[in-house]
Design a protein around this ligand. Structure first.
Ligand code: NAD
Length: 252
């Protein structure tokens, strides 16, 4: 790994009054969850034109008939475990090296790893809710109903239609996205981990950051404006950066 780049990144993190992290699907590939474009990833499993809020609202039964591969994919994600990259970020939060994590991931792995200040701006697979009365249900209950051919799955309280608590294609982001933008604006550093930054609006968060660093395998559209980039696996980069910071602290 490039030692000069690591030194530059460490200096930026330790010198920043407030560092916010943005993560994407790339941080979870080492947990066995494919990212957006890899074979077996979302695009190759179902059609984004159908898995949209517009289709769900217009024809819920059609949405759910087509949603079976998506729910299977979600079911596979739900069993996965955090990897070293998630645990390093948890430790960095405990040590006040970072103040919050904004994640595009729906896998809930930051929360499972023990991170506390997490903004899940694309929702999560823990729950679903009724589109009429808002009653919340576990995601598993919703998926089981669909598996048992209850299409569309309905709310026990009011008979309304249940939906997963994830942001579908063409849908507005939850209110926590506005908080996430404010977090980035008020930070001195945005640390981006495992995201191509191609999904808007989250992918445009670097525009709100004074300074940003990208830890990603492969190039992103924002590389040219980055303070530093590291083209390595997230687990490796974060472990090296964190261990080096701890070593420096020990020597002081
Ligand atoms: P993306 O697939 O567009 O980009 C992921 C990036 O991570 C790629 O550039 C890839 O080269 C890089 N990468 C892969 N493995 C890596 C590793 N081990 N270390 C470092 N980098 C690695 O992902 P995105 O930008 O997050 O956008 C995808 C969208 O799909 C998001 O909106 C997200 O909600 C959703 N999604 C989520 C999950 C999940 O919850 N785990 C999985 C797939 C897709």
């Amino acid at each position: 790994m490039n030692k000069e780049k690591i030194r530059k990144i460490i200096k930026a993190i330790t010198g920043s009054k407030k560092t916010v992290v943005l993560t994407g699907a790339g941080i979870s590939t080492e947990s066995g969850i494919p990212d957006f474009r890899s074979p077996g990833g979302i695009w190759s499993r179902f059609d984004p034109a159908v898995m949209s809020a517009e289709v769900l609202n217009r024809d819920p039964a059609y949405f759910y008939r087509k949603a079976v591969p998506m729910l299977e994919f979600f079911g596979e994600i739900a069993d996965k475990k955090p990897n070293p990259a998630h645990f390093v970020l948890r430790d960095m939060e405990k040590d006040r090296l970072i103040s919050s994590i904004i994640t595009q991931n729906i896998d809930g792995l930051h929360t499972k790893a023990g991170s506390e200040n997490v903004y899940e701006v694309h929702g999560s697979l823990r729950e679903g809710y009724c589109m009429t009365c808002g009653k919340r249900v576990s995601f598993n209950l919703l998926a089981d109903r669909v598996k048992n051919n209850e299409i569309p799955p309905t709310c026990e309280s009011c008979g309304g239609i249940l939906r997963p608590d994830v942001v579908l294609f063409g849908e507005e982001l939850p209110a926590c996205f506005n908080i996430a933008v404010t977090e980035v604006e008020s930070s001195g550093l945005l640390l981006i981990v495992g995201s191509s930054l191609e999904i808007i609006p989250v992918g445009s968060l670097p525009d709100f950051a004074g300074r940003y660093i990208i830890l990603n395998k492969g190039r992103t559209l924002y590389d040219n404006g980055a303070y530093a980039t590291l083209d390595e696996k997230a687990g490796n980069s974060l472990k090296v950066i964190y261990n080096e910071i701890k070593n420096i602290e020990k020597r002081l």
